[in-house]
Design a protein around this ligand. Structure first.
Ligand code: F6P
Length: 360
């Protein structure tokens, strides 16, 4: 193995830089291999100065740094790249440029750090001949084949701290505090932070809720003498028989943007006579320094991805299973999206402790 590339696709997540650092150090120290960084996701292959050499010096001090030093482009799909032609926006397929770029630079492997969208594209590029290794990145934790992706632990920590902080105002003012959390179609952030932060109601996409059930829980608490409630709502949660709430519709380039369910839930509760406030935590969940666990996981993933590249085990993704770093075929990873198992012990535990999911 003489030369590898690293690319960070999709939105940023805490730990991306820690993966880059581990991969660069392992490639150079263990394999005496050159490393190139592709800037702005797949776009770097078609942009001027889109590919930069990475040295030990380039990755110094990266462990605590959030974001990605390579830049991100979360709608950078090489199969549908937006360009302006004859004053009109149009989509073109530049996937061949990526294959040519890999060949031109004589890359023996390309490590792709990304979420479900980026990994789908990686799998397609492999079919065209690209020597791809995947690394699972997402705060949503919705990637199949791995128990955890890096970024999730940091996001849950931030969300839990937010719930702790909301508790004090809720209790002092006898209010219902609603916190809308990220996660797209998976409720992992709301579930984990909700349990860790002692939420009274947790709403997740996997368990459609009824507004009346949320109200019943708030009322039950007031009648029992608890004059406040904390509601953790996943942005993808929806009422039974209803639809998810979007703050922006999608188009050829952009997926629809979820957002607004927290306001609907808070508005409903307030209309029923219980003072409510809504907080949308948003990108605070994605920014800033990774937790020590995410740095640890990202480091292990980065090093393992380089070892996988050396074995030429392409079209595989590094993964965490039962505490061990393993690898799984990208075909398996991309076949199904991971969602909260509504029958697992986390839900049973929360229900057993009186948490309402608004579903019964
Ligand atoms: O997938 C990560 C994530 O933060 C989701 O939780 C959220 O729905 C989405 O990305 C937000 O994307 P953007 O940064 O493009 O608004």
């Amino acid at each position: 193995m003489k030369r590898i590339g690293i690319l960070t696709g999709g939105g940023d997540a805490p730990g991306l830089n820690a993966v880059i650092r581990a991969a660069v150090k392992t490639a150079i120290y263990e394999y005496d291999c050159e490393v190139f960084g592709i800037r702005n996701g797949y776009d770097g292959f078609v942009e001027t100065n889109g590919i930069v050499p990475l040295s030990i010096d380039s990755v110094r001090g990266l462990l605590p740094r959030g974001g990605t030093i390579l830049g991100a482009a979360n709608r950078g799909n090489p199969y549908a790249r937006k360009i302006v032609r004859d004053d009109k926006e149009t989509l073109i397929d530049v996937s061949d440029e990526i294959i040519k770029g890999i060949e031109r630079l004589e890359m023996d492997a390309l490590l792709i750090l990304g979420g479900d969208g980026t990994l789908h594209i990686a799998h397609e590029l492999y079919k065209k001949g690209a020597p791809i290794i995947g690394v699972p990145k997402t705060i949503d934790n919705d990637i199949s084949g791995t128990e955890l992706a890096f970024g999730f632990d940091t996001a849950v920590g931030i969300a839990t701290e937010a719930l702790d902080r909301l508790h004090t105002t809720a209790e002092s003012h006898h209010r219902v505090m609603v916190l809308e959390l990220m996660g797209r179609d998976a409720g992992f952030i709301a579930l984990h932070a909700g349990v860790a932060g002692g939420a009274d109601v947790i709403l997740i996409p996997e368990l459609p809720f009824k507004f009346e059930n949320i109200l019943a829980e708030v009322r039950r608490r007031v009648e029992a003498g608890y004059l406040f409630s904390i509601v953790a709502v996943s942005e993808g949660a929806k009422p039974r028989g209803g639809k998810q709430v979007f703050s922006r519709s999608g188009d050829d380039i952009y997926v629809p943007r979820l957002g607004g369910i927290g306001q609907q839930v808070g508005g409903y509760i307030e209309k029923q006579g219980f003072e409510s406030r809504v907080t949308v935590l948003g990108h605070l969940q994605r920014g800033g320094s990774p937790s020590s666990f995410d740095r640890w996981l990202a480091t292990r993933f980065g090093a393992a991805a380089v070892r996988l590249a050396a074995q030429r085990k392409f079209d595989h993704m590094v993964a965490l299973r039962a505490g061990q770093i393993v690898d799984v075929p990208l075909a398996e990873v991309t076949a199904t999206a991971k969602r909260v198992d509504v029958n697992d012990d986390a839900i049973i535990t929360a229900r057993g402790m009186g948490v309402s999911f608004g579903d019964d």
